[in-house]
Design a protein around this ligand. Sequence first.
Ligand code: HEM
Length: 306
Amino acid sequence: MGQPQKGICAEPNLHAQFLMYNVLDDDAQALRAKLARVLEVFDYYDHEHYEAMVSGVIAVGVQYWSELYPGPRPKELTPFPDIEVADRCAPSQSYDLFIQIRADRLDIVHAVAVEVNQLLSIHVELVEDTRAFRYLDGRDLNGFVLADDNPRGPERREVAVVGDYDLDFAGGSYIHAQRYRHDLPRWNLISDKRQEQIMGRQKEHNLPTQEANLSSHYTRTRLTDLPGIEAHARQLRQSMPYANMQVQGEYFVSCCHSPRPFKAMLHSMYYGAGESDYDAWLDYTNAEMGGAFFAPSIDFIQDNAI
Ligand code: HEM
């Protein structure tokens, strides 16, 4: 199996930068070589500043994959599910490249981003650039602990990384990214009790709330509890909050051995089990961007650089 990129299974960091690019030229050969050099930039900073826990991910957009890497495709590579139901919307953008940079030092994240951007600049246009950070004790800006239910230890790799059943792409990962914008003034107007009902979790200790509630975020995303969905329907969430004084939200990133768990969860959140059973958290946050990508293994990127 190829070696997964370090940022796929990395433990949470204090800082992140998420870059989205579209490719402007058709020199795929040159870009493939540049992506291998981006891996070298990640490695260089990781070795020079090991205490900063630097990691990176290079992921290629579903629509752009065959142009960059003609030949076999990852078996389950499919577009982002564009969803529009009532006033809930999960838009998709067909961005060509997604780069995730993470570290425990903001200056290092910035330095890596500058080098990556310089390396790629003659081939691409930068279309989104979002800085994210760890908030309080790993909470979302809505006050609830994030990613507590994420797989841990060796399970992270099992959930996030493609296995030998897709030999050419073993060691890779299906990535879904979404930029959500929260309406925090409205969220902060409702009581803690109501917020806990909506998230399906207790705010302070993060334990699941005891009352059955079909429209809580907990129920809508915990597919192992829903009939007809296989028990391994899990994903590794690498999401982080982003904010300035005008805009606040969550940069949602899911890494998985298959795109199916993310799609099933998103469908469950937006459509719910019945007319009114959609995820009530969506009344307070709005997805503004979404994209589907594949992050090939380090070996794949290096072998295809020449
Ligand atoms: C604005 C966006 C989102 C926010 C702020 C958010 C926040 C949270 C929080 C606070 C939890 C409880 C603790 C935990 O993470 O385990 C949670 C759980 C979870 N979320 Fe989200 N989430 C968001 C979007 C999504 C999306 C888009 C998906 C999937 C498509 C998702 C899937 C899950 C899953 C699988 C869990 C674990 C269920 C549980 O045990 O509570 N989330 N989320």
